[in-house]
Write a protein that binds this ligand. Structure first.
Ligand code: FES
Ligand code: FE
Length: 450
């Protein structure tokens, strides 16, 4: 396809009206904006690649994508992890066709037989023609590496941008919240089972903004699913008291309600509830009381731009963009390595039952996001802005927690900050500006939160 010429990116950033909390619907349907997102957001952000547990040994690999770029993530002989574009430098063919594998010694392209080591370097060709060609220099024609790779407590991320700040700086103090899931037990975490893949005809931002802070929909969208599993609807609980809050740093966001192990209950296995109560008690020495209570609380999280999870339900997922109106969704189940086998199995089945293509909650959500996307094909419809003003008057809580804190989990605050971050990526070309905008964490003491 011939894409329309991109307008200047700052112009796109103005489609988010931060004062009136309005978002222009072209963000969800326009091909030129989508192409600008691939460049400004996906080619620069740190993106989730794999869990360390998925590729434990040298030669173990996973095929995934960063934006629309197909990549291979491979464990190296020295134990480090590298990632490369999954595209042959000869005529561009995919070099690795399968989703994952173990102990690979290399990758051979199907088209003309060029072969590559697990370090991405070109090892050989067909052995007859190219080696005899003087203009051919093997060493310089390897698979294109992903510029930076790093991992945080078991999760491996990569960025195409050599100028991007460290992974820790990209998270900022949001690690305080990531640790609720990733560091609540001394043995660390792992992904179990395989990945569950599906496609949804929606723009990638609808699920990302849903997980960044839209608990509101659960009380309507998921009522019937919750009835079926729990015999009771989703409980409004203490959504407005001091136990409920939203936190946001650099567009990453979590919303939570600390009063019960609500998320875990919705998986339908009572033994998981007992497990999480025990875990929560033990974890307060590691994480402090507040975060220990959040382990199974009803809450959801998005790491900007497109990696999300639900504490307590333990579903981890990436919303891979596949055009303005489509995503490929990949879902895993995260468990503590030290958890008993029957608990791991209960999590696996629970996630399948709720957050897989056949799961009750995934289906509830997918249909809503599809229509929220599709209606914007209408010319007149897409002239009408969307409303993100719930809680616009609410201010940061006094509480000394890292990031922008808003009281009550029924609030569009995190979603406003998600789109503010989106706009920052679209308008700024350098990381100094990107890390010092409105979504940057306010200066305050983190210690007091413990
Ligand atoms: Fe890969 Fe020709 S396209 S060897
Ligand atoms: Fe939902």
């Amino acid at each position: 396809p011939v894409y329309p010429k991109a307008a200047s990116y700052p112009e796109y950033a103005q489609l988010v009206n931060r004062e009136n909390a309005q978002v222009d619907r072209r963000l969800f349907v326009d091909e030129a904006i989508y192409q600008a997102e691939l460049q400004q957001i996906f080619a620069r952000s740190w993106l989730f690649l794999a869990h360390e547990s998925q590729i434990p040994s040298p030669g173990d690999f996973i095929r995934t994508s960063m934006g629309e770029d197909d990549v291979i993530v491979v464990r190296q002989r020295d134990g480090s992890v590298k990632a490369f574009l999954n595209s042959c430098p000869h005529r561009g063919n995919r070099v690795c066709m399968v989703d994952a594998g173990t102990k690979a010694r290399g990758f051979i392209c199907n088209y003309h037989g060029w072969s590559f080591g697990i370090d991405g370097g070109l090892r050989g060709t067909d052995g007859k023609v190219y080696e005899k060609d003087q203009a051919f220099e093997k060493a310089q024609i390897g698979l294109t590496p992903v510029a930076q790779i790093d991992s945080y407590k078991g999760l491996i991320f990569g960025t195409f941008d050599p100028a991007a700040p460290s992974l820790l700086d990209f998270f900022g103090p949001f690690t305080f919240y990531l640790d609720i899931m990733l560091d609540n037990d001394e043995g660390g975490t792992e992904f179990i089972g395989g990945a569950i893949k599906s496609e949804i005809d929606c723009n990638w931002k609808f699920p990302a903004e849903n997980f960044v802070g839209d608990i509101l929909h659960a009380f309507w969208t998921h009522q019937s699913g919750a009835q079926a599993i729990l015999g009771a609807g989703v409980d409004l609980g203490k959504r407005y008291d001091e136990l409920a809050f939203q936190a946001s740093v650099y567009g990453h966001g979590i919303e939570t309600n600390l009063d019960k192990v609500g998320n875990t209950r919705t998986l339908g296995y009572p033994e998981l509830v007992d497990y999480v109560y025990d875990l929560s008690e033990k974890a307060s020495a590691r994480l402090g009381d507040l975060r220990a209570r959040a382990i199974g609380a009803i809450s959801s999280c998005t790491v900007f731009p497109n990696f999300s999870f639900l504490p307590g339900q333990n579903t981890f997922r990436v919303w891979h963009p596949r055009g303005p109106g489509k995503i490929e969704l990949v879902v895993w189940t995260l468990v503590n390595k030290n958890a008993p086998e029957h608990i791991k199995e209960a999590y696996r089945k629970g996630v399948m039952m709720t957050f897989s293509p056949g799961g009750v909650f995934e289906m509830d959500d997918g249909e809503n996001w599809e229509y929220s996307t599709r209606v914007n094909q209408g010319f007149v419809t897409r002239q009408q802005p969307l409303h993100y003003a719930l809680g616009l008057e609410s201010t940061d809580l006094e509480r000394e927690l890292p990031g922008h804190i808003h009281k009550g989990s029924m609030n569009d605050a995190n979603q406003r900050l998600f789109y503010t971050r989106w706009a920052e990526f679209m308008e700024h070309d350098n990381w100094t500006d990107l890390q010092n905008g409105d979504t940057a964490p306010p200066q305050k003491s983190v210690k007091a939160a413990e």
